[in-house]
Design a protein around this ligand. Sequence first.
Ligand code: 5GP
Ligand code: MN
Length: 327
Amino acid sequence: MTRLEELISQAENIVIVGHTNPDGDCIGACLAVYNYIREQYAAKKVTVRLEPVPAKFAYLSGCDRICSVPSGRSRADLCICLDSADKERLGKFAVCLEKAAYSICIDHHVTNPGYARENIIAPHASSACEVLYECLDESRISKKTAECLYTGIIHDSGVFKYNSTTARTMEIAGKLMEKGIDFGAIIDDSFYRKTYRQSQIMGRALLESITFLDGKCVFSVIRRKDMEMYGVDKSDLDGIVEQLRLIDGVECAIFLYEVGNLTYKVSLRSKYIVDVSKVAAFFGGGGHVRAAGCTMTGDFHDVINNLSAHIEKLLDGNPEDEENPHD
Ligand code: 5GP
Ligand code: MN
């Protein structure tokens, strides 16, 4: 029995939490462990508490049972934290961790300080779902749980292409395929499929993007008035930064969207050289070497200037970085 299962079997009342603005990996991991507990430990009381999740994840079993309020007057015996690099990223759900009698964090962020009572952090893993898979009994993973895990892995690995993808990632994906999941539909429906409005806003962001530092960097910004005009919200902006990153010659892509007055959510991506987790961490955020984010305040020109000054220093690069794809 793995340590996670030991803790589950000792608890009666379990709460599962993830990070704010939950993405495919976070949602997949939370629902995977939720389904696993419901199937294997039917007597336990288990709740997933997360911010509202994008409609495209509705196919995941248990998605309609997610509770979006932190409350829960009863204190849980065990809080399972997934894919959140630090306690602050749990947002309003940090209270669930604070109140719980015991806690375990399962994550893959190198910056994770180990904020729960027990922490299983694998910084080289493609996704929190990959780390979680290793904590479950493979033979008891159902098709529903496999769908959740597979969703998380494809989202955080960019469908197996980011260099956090390893032979082990592919092995696990293979094991999950053997559970009978419709992997093609999962990839298309949750990763590539776009509504007309999502396509329009991406088109707008690409059209208005600006390259700088000799074409090695590109940025684009979407303001609240643009989002209102196209009738989209932040969850409709997925994939834009990745499309910017793909531009020929670009090493580092920056995508900003306005979340409040003079406040921008920043997404950073790089190809080979710039460690964007360092850039994001400098501005109070975090993430991974090739994908990171933060929130910044000020006029957007100042935000871009501050970011570009920082990126420029890292662009000279350390050739060793290129040889160490799993950093
Ligand atoms: P995205 O650009 O897709 O929002 O985020 C990319 C990566 O950066 C993800 O792994 C995410 O967890 C991390 N990230 C994004 N925003 C923040 C932030 O504000 N703080 C921290 N610590 N990590 C972030
Ligand atoms: Mn993740």
